[in-house]
Design a protein around this ligand. Structure first.
Ligand code: NAP
Length: 488
């Protein structure tokens, strides 16, 4: 049942930050898998860039190790590494840029992708140099990793500066959640079936939950994280993008702007949360020492050099979309570090049946739920009520209809970066954020951050290995609802 992957035009892909965690752990393995599937043309080059004084062989040696640890085939890894090179460059200095420009100029007909997998403070320097060495011309594209700014003003600064060098059509703001198989499947499910769309509104949907839970703490990333916090790191980008995919109107096509126009309308319809209602609609938390995966772990403050911080490592909030389709339907969003499980999921909870014809002894009539899981494994389950089989009276059971067909099709679930990297090469920005989307997301997030800062309150403590502060449970339970638990 497997179909051959589509061919890809020759390209050169330059990864700024080529020795970094994201490049080595995610981007290069994703490219290796596409290579194995025959989607990296023989003349394509992948070039890592960082300041470290490595040569091609030194870079390849570090990648070889990472790819072998990832279970790659030795002969295929060598063939892949034959297309990988390295240049030592400082984004902030001109040394070496002439030679780098000449290297890229060797294959002028190739698509050029510049992937900025560095801290965002370097985005402007890198783009300016790409522009002044003429590398933004022709079929050039630039990929920007998150975070794009820490508020609307700083996002605008980055977008303005990048916009001086690259057209919006050349700019790919990546959100890897959108490359997940489950998110694609949400589109197929909503717009490829007649069953769901008539029910996809306030009349039939009780509420929606989006959870992105991590078991890890901040670890090595504490310097970055302490300046960001959970709202900036997860909610403003990934969680809002997922919310858009659930809530958007049917686009007229899958053309990039058709989809992004609909997502933008959702972002602009989010009801403001500010100092007037943040205390009722949001909960901030910060983890304390506790346990994670059976090990005792330190608290957030113990991991910081300063030992003090008001940064939230957990947030739960109740969002609402002020339009005809969604008026009155809460979207409960929560994310945090050092939670009991690593799980990312969207739960669409339908309304209860209006009247039960069953004897109470038959069991509780649970509400239908469509649960889309993005992590750790991707799957989709529709929870339905059925009759318990066999004689013995009419007893009701709530069971999941499993709609994950990857196994049935014999397909390995690709990493989101595999799809997104090839979308960049193909010039398809459907799954990337347009500038106005980033702005609209910050316009909604900024007043929440301001309300927290002005309140003078500190985040509520929670023990590592628990589901956040008890106020997060109260946030949903005072509405007569509970956070989704995957059980019958
Ligand atoms: P990282 O491990 O700290 O890597 C940073 C890279 O940038 C290194 O290769 C570093 O090498 C290079 N670099 C630093 N200064 C440079 C300069 N002046 N000129 C050229 N290269 C320079 O960071 P990361 O975790 O890979 O993250 C990269 C970006 O992706 C960040 O914005 C992060 O927020 C984002 N991101 C990361 C992840 C993840 O899972 N890691 C996930 C989502 C988003 P040298 O020091 O040798 O120059």
């Amino acid at each position: 049942m497997t179909a051959s992957p589509l061919p890809v035009e020759p390209f050169d892909l330059v990864i700024f930050g080529g020795t970094g965690d994201l490049a080595v752990r995610k981007l290069l393995p994703a490219l290796y898998h596409r290579f194995v599937d025959g989607q990296i043309p023989a003349s394509s080059r992948i070039i890592g860039i960082a300041r470290e004084g490595l040569d091609d062989d030194g870079y390849r040696a570090s990648l070889r190790k990472a790819l072998q640890e990832g279970g790659g085939n030795a002969a295929k890894i060598e063939a892949f590494l034959g297309q990988v090179g390295y240049r030592s460059l400082d984004a902030r200095k001109d040394d070496g840029w002439d030679a780098f420009a000449a290297l890229i100029g060797e294959q002028p007909e190739h698509i050029r992708v510049f992937y900025l997998s560095t801290s965002p403070e370097l985005f402007v320097d890198i783009c300016n140099r790409l522009g002044s060495y003429g590398l933004n011309k022709g079929r050039a594209r630039v990929v920007l990793e998150k975070p794009i700014g820490r508020d609307l003003a700083s996002a605008n600064q980055i977008n303005d500066a990048v916009g001086h060098v690259f057209e919006e059509s050349q700019t790919f703001r990546i959100d890897h959640y959108l490359g997940k198989e489950t998110v694609q499947n949400l589109l197929a499910l909503r717009f490829g079936n007649v069953l769901f769309e008539p029910l996809w509104n306030a009349e039939h949907i009780d509420h929606v939950q989006i959870t992105v839970a991590e078991t890890l703490g901040v670890g090595q990333r504490s310097a970055y994280y302490d300046r960001a916090g959970a709202l900036r790191d997860m909610v403003q980008n990934h969680i809002l993008q997922l919310l858009c995919m659930v809530a958007m109107e049917p686009p007229s096509s899958l053309q990039p702007d058709a989809v992004r126009d609909e997502k933008l309308k959702v972002l602009r319809s989010l009801k403001p949360i500010d100092e007037s209602n943040a205390a009722q609609l949001t909960v901030r938390g910060q983890y304390r020492a506790g346990a994670a995966e059976g090990q005792s772990v330190p608290g957030y403050l113990d991991e910081l050099a300063s030992g003090k911080s008001n940064t939230e490592t957990f947030v739960a909030l109740k969002a609402e979309i002020a339009n005809w389709r969604w008026a009155g339907v809460p979207f409960y969003l929560r994310t945090g570090k050092r939670l009991p499980e690593r799980v990312s999921e969207i739960a669409v909870v339908f309304k209860a049946v209006p009247h039960s014809i069953f004897d109470p002894a038959a069991g509780v009539l649970a509400q239908n739920r469509l649960v889309l899981r993005l992590q750790p494994d991707e799957d989709i389950k529709l929870w339905l009520t059925i009759k318990h089989p066999g004689p013995g009276g009419l007893r009701l059971r709530h069971v999941p209809l499993d709609m994950s067909f990857a196994e049935a099709f014999g397909v390995q679930q690709p990493d989101a970066y595999e799809r997104l990297l090839l979308d960049v090469v193909r010039g398809n920005p459907t799954l990337f954020m347009r500038r106005d989307e980033v702005e609209a997301a910050w316009q909604w997030a900024d007043p929440i951050l301001a309300a927290w800062a002005d309140s003078g309150e500190t985040p509520r403590p929670y023990t590592s290995g628990t589901w956040g502060p008890s106020a997060a449970v109260a946030l949903i339970e005072r509405d007569g609802r509970t956070w989704n638990e995957e059980s019958e």
